[in-house]
Each structure stands twice: as structure tokens, then as C-alpha cells.
Design a protein around this ligand. Structure first.
Ligand code: ADP
Length: 589
């Protein structure tokens, strides 16, 4: 309950920030709406009373003028509702767009701060998915709350109007609400439970559906003949989702019919009771007309109220998903800004385990990298090289032990201050469907317009004609927006250039060149070594060709350091490195 109150508070706060004018106007229009709804039945009773009494009165002129005024005001009341509705709708469209912008940007901002470890967890991905679905649900929620509030206050006011004529009618009026209110709360709980339980299967459906529209997967699907199998998987997942959805909705729909019957019966009873009171002479004809009008408005208002409360509860859960997303752990910053190191980076007894995984990826890794060194980390697949690189950048923190930059532990650092000094390219780098210039320059956008520097960098990394052959720096890359598609190796060269475009003291390359053949890889990595001469460079590779140029080779095995040293020393030692070297020597003859 506390949480609901807090999130409703957030909704009002954020809606005010997103669309302040519409926010204030909505309250103003609501006030007018409530006032008019309460005035209408009172005026109707007055009109009938004046019309009935006018003929007997001596002061016929005064009565007539009062009657005309009452009729004019009554007409105004009737006209007011559609006019306010039109104003509200027109403004609401604009506010919805402002809301989309505001709530979307909150989500995007926050996504950039989530701890990377959290993103390894499928539960986080489900929450991500639900939060995206809940984006701008606050707008709808705000409208529903406001309409609920308006209907509730109008309902109370109408009961006060009816109470002026007979208190019994107030009791029956209020009582008639209960059954349908309770049933709606029940239905809502069921539908929310269904929606939550389906977020996993929905994500799977979307994932499978996506395989049919992604170029790489469609190609593989055709060549290997995977269509039938994948179609079956998609149909099964989608069928399961639809079946659960259909069953619950059918059941809820049937029960809702009973609710509607109860509401209508209550309305008929209330009118019947007013009529009975009039026939008994307990209320006047004017009062009966007022009750008739009030109950009709009350009935419509309460139907809206229940509908809105019902929808608002449902929307609340979507809003809850949206705000819950902001509770995913963000990068925990320490309070120390990173100071450029001057001696060495040390890994001291580092342990790390991925969330949801039982085995440790790093099991007590200890090693060091000196300032300005070119270090190559080698080892078989799964030995922990990539994990170590992730920890070096500070993006992931060790579970035990620590990574120290001249004694400054990554755990205690303000991450951004460290990121500002590191450039890293991983094996699963992104193919941005942007121009070549943006693909390279995105790592340091302030210098993106420096065509000469970028052409020089691309020439060194990818060859003198690379940019020109593609059509220049401003050529659009990637098929998504009709640009030019590159080969795997060409994309890798672009990624390498991106990593080098960011001018900083530490560069980490996690096999971004693995799509190239061994000799092409050697060529590009040796150029990389040359271009990072004054920097500390870490290259991760499962191929050892480049190791001859390294100042230090770190050989990893089972999440630990197996060996460390220069090429000649390790070769002479005849250990793990010598074994891998012998296996791969044929590539570098
Ligand atoms: P390498 O780069 O040497 O191939 P990694 O650092 O990628 O090795 O992986 C080390 C171990 O951690 C492997 O056993 C791998 O299966 C596991 N691992 C890697 N990434 C994840 C992940 N996201 N979730 C769970 N386990 C992972």
C-alpha cells in the first residue's frame, strides 16, 4: 500500500514535470465538470417547481423571469460538458506526446546506468521488457485517476443533492455500488497476475519472431533449413501465450456480465424507490425529477468510476513495472575519482562469478600490467580472458580480491572517471547503422568533424583506400536504413578504428579481430601495437601470433594465471604457452 501511494505520488510529480499546462488545466476542467453536474438536477427541480407554481402566484412576472433564468442556466449546464470535453481531448493529445518524450528519456537515461552484471540476468531483461511496455502509462494513469476522482466527487455531490429530498435514497444509492466494486477488484487481480506471468513467454515469442526478420538469422535459417523447426517453436510459444490469455479473459468476461446486471438492477430500484416516495407524497414532483436526473447522472458517473478504478488499478500495475525498473541496481560508484596511474595495474586474488552461474569465471587471478606495457592475454576458450577484461575496465567488480590502479581499487572509484581514461573494443562490438564517420567518431564525438585525422587513422588501421572505396566518411553503413553493408572483417576494422579514435592512456582489445584470418589479424594487431606505443595496451586473443611483439604475455587457464613472461621465456619453459604456440605455429610460418 505504501508503495502504491509512493508510485501514485511519483506519477503526479512526473506528469506535472512532463506536461505542466495540461496537468493544471485538467484540475480546472474537473472542477467545472463537478460543479455543473451538481447544479443540473437542482436547476431541473427548480424549473419544475416554478413551472408548477407560476400560475397561482400573483407575482407572475417574478416567477417567469426566475423560470427563464433557471432554464437558461440549465441549458448552459448541458452545453458545458461537450465543450469541456472537446478542450480536454485537444490538449490531451499534445500532453500524451510530451509524456512519451519525458518518460522515454527517463528510461533511456537510467538504462545507461544499470550495472552490467545485472544485465546478465534474464529477470532483469524481463523487467526491462515490462518497463518499456509501461512507458507513458503514467499519462493514461493520470487521466484515469482524475476521471475517477471527478466521478467520485460528483457521485458524492449527487448523493448530497438526493439527500436533500430523502436520506433513504442516499443509503440505497451508496449500497448499490458495493457488489460491482468488489467484483472489479477481483477481476483486476486476475488479469494482472496473467500479464506478469506472461512477460517471460512474451519475450520468447518476440525473440523467436525476431529471428524471422533479422538478416543474419534468416540467412542461416534458409541455408540450414531451420524454418520448420523455428516456426514450430514460435507457434508453440505463441499458442501457449494465446491460450492462457484467452482462457482468463473468457472467464473474466463472463463474470463481468453479472456485475453489469447488478448495476442496472440497482439503478432501477433507486428510481422505483423515488417514484414510490413521490406517490406517497413524501417528495414533490420537482424533487422526483431531480432524483431521476441525479440517479441517471449518478448511475453513469458510478459506471465511469468503476470502469476508471478498474482500469486505473490495471494501469497502476504497468506504472509499477515502470517505476520498479528504476530499482534495478545501478553502477555503484565509490567516491574516489580515478587518478591516472603511473606504475602498474594489479589483479590481486580476483574471484568473479556471473549471476545465475554456479562456477566461478575467475578463481583467484593474480597478475600485473605495468604502465606503457603491451600485454597479450592468451588462453583457451572459457579460461576467463574476457571476464578479466571486463573487470579491468571497472564495468564489472570482483566478488573477492581487487583490481588496483597504483593501489586505487576499482570498487571504490567513480566509474566514469575511470572510463574516461580507457578505450575498449570487445568481440561483440556493435555494428551501428550510422555513417562511417559516426561509427568511428562516436567514441570521441567532439573530434568527429576532423576529417583529416579520421582518414589518417582509417588508412593505418584498414588500408589507404578503405574509406574512399566505401564512398567516403559520410557513407551510410548497414542495411537497416539502406546503407552499405560491410563484411565481418571490414566491420572489425571499423571497430578497431573506433577503439583507437578515443585518445586515452589504456586501450583494451578483446578479440575484435577474430573474424580476420590469422595473418590479416597479425597485420592489424601489429599496427595496433605501433599506434599505441605510448599507451598501456591489453590485447586478448586465442591466437598467439601477436605474442612475439608483446612486452608481457599473460597465459590464463581455468580462471587463473597459468604463466606470465615474454615469448622466448615462455617458449623455453615448455608449458601451456609453448603447447598453444606449437599448435598454431603453422599459421605464422
Ligand atoms: P574466454 O574469454 O577466455 O573465452 P570468458 O571470460 O568469456 O572466457 O568465460 C569464462 C567463463 O565464464 C566460462 O566458463 C563462461 O562459460 C563463463 N561466462 C562467460 N560469460 C558468462 C555470462 N554472461 N554468464 C554466465 N557465465 C558466463
Amino acid at each position: 500500500m505504501k508503495k502504491a501511494i509512493r508510485y501514485i505520488g511519483y506519477t503526479f510529480r512526473d506528469c506535472y514535470r512532463a506536461f505542466p499546462k495540461f496537468f493544471l488545466m485538467s484540475f480546472g476542467l474537473d472542477f467545472v465538470g463537478i460543479f455543473v453536474s451538481l447544479l443540473a438536477p437542482i436547476l431541473l427541480a427548480r424549473i419544475l417547481e416554478l413551472a408548477g407554481s407560476g400560475a397561482d402566484k400573483t407575482d407572475g412576472f417574478g416567477v417567469k423571469s426566475a423560470l427563464y433564468w433557471a432554464i437558461a442556466l440549465y441549458g448552459l449546464c448541458l452545453a458545458c460538458a461537450p465543450v469541456t470535453e472537446v478542450v480536454f481531448r485537444a490538449q490531451s493529445r499534445r500532453a500524451r506526446i510530451l509524456g512519451e518524450k519525458y518518460f522515454g528519456s527517463l528510461l533511456v537515461d537510467f538504462s545507461g546506468k544499470i550495472r552490467l552484471e545485472a544485465l546478465e540476468n534474464p529477470e532483469t531483461l524481463d523487467r526491462f521488457y515490462r518497463a518499456e511496455a509501461g512507458e507513458n502509462s503514467q499519462f493514461t494513469f493520470f487521466e484515469q485517476l482524475l476521471l475517477s476522482l471527478r466521478s467520485a466527487v460528483t457521485g458524492i455531490g449527487l448523493m448530497a443533492v438526493v439527500g436533500r429530498y430523502s436520506p433513504v435514497l442516499v443509503v440505497t444509492g451508496l449500497f448499490s455500488l458495493l457488489p460491482s466494486l468488489l467484483s472489479k477488484i477481483y477481476f483486476e487481480k486476475r488479469l494482472t497476475a496473467l500479464r506478469r506471468s506472461q512477460s517471460g513467454i512474451l519475450r520468447r515469442c518476440n525473440y523467436l519472431r525476431g529471428l524471422f526478420s533479422r538478416r543474419d538469422s534468416v540467412r542461416e535459417m534458409r541455408v540450414l533449413g531451420l524454418e520448420a523447426y523455428l516456426t514450430k517453436l514460435w507457434e508453440r510459444a505463441n499458442g501457449q501465450r494465446a491460450e492462457e490469455y484467452y482462457r482468463t479473459n473468457l472467464d473474466v468476461g463472463k463474470k463481468q456480465v453479472y456485475g453489469i446486471i447488478v448495476i442496472n438492477l440497482c439503478y432501477v430500484c433507486n428510481i422505483g424507490l423515488s417514484f414510490y416516495l413521490m406517490m406517497q407524497g413524501k417528495i414533490s414532483v420537482g424533487a422526483f425529477a431531480a432524483c431521476l436526473s441525479a440517479f441517471t447522472a449518478y448511475d453513469a458517473g458510478m459506471a465511469t468510476l468503476l470502469q476508471m478504478v478498474f482500469q486505473a488499478v490495471s494501469t497502476y500495475h504497468v506504472v509499477e513495472d515502470y517505476y520498479d525498473f528504476f530499482r534495478i541496481p545501478t553502477e555503484t560508484d565509490g567516491d574516489a575519482a580515478y587518478c591516472p596511474f603511473s606504475e602498474k595495474i594489479e589483479a590481486r586474488d580476483v574471484h568473479f562469478c556471473y549471476s545465475g552461474s554456479r562456477a566461478e569465471a575467475l578463481r583467484g587471478l593474480t597478475c600485473e600490467i605495468e604502465k606503457g606495457e603491451h600485454v597479450v592475454i592468451v588462453g583457451e576458450n572459457g579460461s576467463g580472458k574476457t571476464t578479466f577484461a571486463k573487470l579491468l575496465t571497472g564495468a564489472y567488480l570482483p566478488a573477492q580480491g581487487g583490481i588496483f590502479y597504483d593501489g586505487q581499487k576499482t570498487d571504490g572509484m567513480i566509474r566514469k572517471s575511470l572510463y574516461a581514461h580507457i578505450s575498449a573494443v570487445s568481440q561483440d562490438f556493435v555494428h551501428y547503422s550510422f555513417s562511417l564517420r559516426e561509427n568511428v567518431g562516436i567514441s570521441d564525438p567532439a573530434r568527429m568533424a576532423d576529417t583529416e585525422a579520421m582518414e589518417a587513422l582509417l588508412a593505418r588501421v584498414a588500408g589507404p583506400d578503405f574509406a574512399e572505396e566505401l564512398g567516403g566518411l559520410d557513407v551510410q553503413l548497414g542495411r537497416e536504413f539502406g546503407g552499405q553493408e560491410l563484411s565481418g572483417g571490414e566491420w572489425q576494422k571499423v571497430a578497431v578504428a573506433r577503439g583507437l579514435w578515443k585518445d586515452c592512456e589504456i586501450v583494451i582489445f578483446d578479440e575484435p579481430t577474430s573474424a580476420l584470418d590469422p595473418l590479416a589479424e597479425y597485420e592489424i594487431l601489429s599496427k595496433f601495437m605501433e599506434m599505441t606505443r605510448r599507451k598501456t595496451a591489453v590485447i586478448i586473443s586465442h591466437r598467439v601470433g601477436i605474442c612475439r611483439l608483446a612486452d608481457r604475455i599473460i597465459v590464463m587457464k581455468d580462471g587463473r594465471l597459468a604463466e606470465c613472461g615474454r615469448h622466448e621465456t615462455l617458449l623455453a619453459a615448455g608449458g601451456e604457452y609453448a603447447r598453444i604456440w606449437k599448435e598454431q605455429a603453422k599459421w605464422y610460418q
